[in-house]
Ligand binder design. Structure first.
Ligand SMILES: Cc1cc2nc3c(=O)[nH]c(=O)nc-3n(C[C@H](O)[C@H](O)[C@H](O)COP(=O)(O)O)c2cc1C
Length: 333
């Protein structure tokens, strides 16, 4: 049965599941597979080396799906920031209807351009105060509430999704939100809907699908991994990132924790994006840092996106139906 939430209605999708932006993996093949399966696939803007390459990727995705898909633009502290406004212009001129944004205040001018162009903006936040600022100052259409379980950047507050979503229900009023972080199955989708979310955003779960453009060895490692196998790096630099706990991540954490700590330049050679990319391409789990969330412990298979979304849809429906059986009408005496 099709879901009917603000996310499905506003975006014209069947299943309220978004595949979040994923550096190196958010390519046309994955985004199109998710959208064709009834969710919202997202191309990761900065995975394309230039705005011109992003234009090509958008056009390629359109050849693979006639369903809605989005583009992610991530604003992170950077020594040499990418030409964000150029990427923004391409997204607008290519007629993209939905954008996922994440990160720092540098997003504001680009979000203003997206809004001017009538684009639907979903902004990812890791705290209620950031969500409120995005709504009030940047006028985004929806927020994605990312608990500390998430892959990538969980923020510095360490509030788990169960609390953060309940706080969102208390604080965000009519502003729609989706649940992000730690979600890998349909029971969790139903739980997120119960907490007032309009759907869910998943990264780690889509990392481990047939269409995910990553080496089979890494997918197999994810199936073997438990929920204990992630690490938080860059903690001491207040730019925390949750990654797979491999040898490189352990070395980084050890350097950050050593007496006197370390500076970014001391670990730069370990954490470079180029090394992380090699993990996905060559299948060596320890080649560099790679992003992975705690819900990796829930992942026991490598389905196609279609199989995954069908399963999540069915599981969520079953949970929603079964919950109503827990409440009995009062017996008439
Ligand atoms: C491999 C990988 C790369 C990611 N890269 C980005 C990124 O570039 N920009 C972004 O906003 N989020 C990024 N994320 C975060 C996801 O979009 C999503 O918010 C997060 O994975 C949700 O948590 P989950 O992994 O527990 O589902 C990445 C996640 C993964 C797994």
């Amino acid at each position: 049965m099709p879901f009917d939430t603000k996310l499905t209605r506003d975006l014209g999708i069947r299943i309220p599941v978004v595949q979040g932006g994923m550096m190196w993996l958010g390519l046309p093949s994955l985004a199109a597979a998710v959208s064709n399966a009834g969710g919202l696939g997202i191309l990761t803007g900065l995975t394309q080396p230039t705005p011109e390459h992003l234009k090509e990727a958008i056009r390629e995705t359109r050849k693979l799906t006639d369903k809605p898909f989005a583009v992610n633009l991530t604003f992170l502290p950077s020594i040499n920031p990418p030409p964000y406004m150029e990427y923004t212009k391409v997204i607008i001129s290519e007629g993209i209807k939905v954008v996922e944004t994440a990160g720092s205040a540098a997003a504001a001018p680009c979000i203003a351009e997206f809004k001017k162009a009538g684009i639907y903006v979903i902004h990812k936040c890791t705290s209620i105060r950031h969500a409120k600022a995005a709504i009030n100052k940047m006028k985004v259409d929806m927020v994605s509430i990312d608990g500390m379980e998430c892959a990538g950047h969980p923020g510095e507050d360490d509030i788990p999704g169960l609390v953060l979503l309940a706080r969102a229900a208390q604080e965000l009023g009519d502003i729609p939100y989706i649940a992000s972080g730690g979600i890998a199955n349909g029971q969790q989708l139903a739980a997120a809907l119960a907490l007032g979310a309009q759907g869910v955003n998943c990264g780690t779960r889509f990392e481990c699908t047939v269409e995910s453009p990553m080496h089979q060895n890494i997918k197999d490692a994810m199936v073997r991994a438990s929920e204990q196998e992630t690490a938080l790096i860059f903690r001491t630099m207040h730019n925390t990132a949750r990654v797979y706990k491999n040898k490189v991540a352990e070395e980084v954490v050890a350097m950050e924790r050593r007496p006197g700590g370390c500076e970014f330049k001391d670990i730069q050679h370990l954490v470079s994006g180029a090394r992380g990319r090699k993990v996905f391409e060559n299948g060596d789990v320890d080649a560099g840092i790679w992003t992975c969330g705690m819900c990796v412990g829930l992942i026991k298979d490598i389905p196609t996106c279609k199989e995954l979304l069908e399963t999540m849809e069915r599981e969520a429906e079953e949970v929603i139906a079964s919950l109503s059986r827990l409440v009995k009408p009062k017996a008439k005496l």
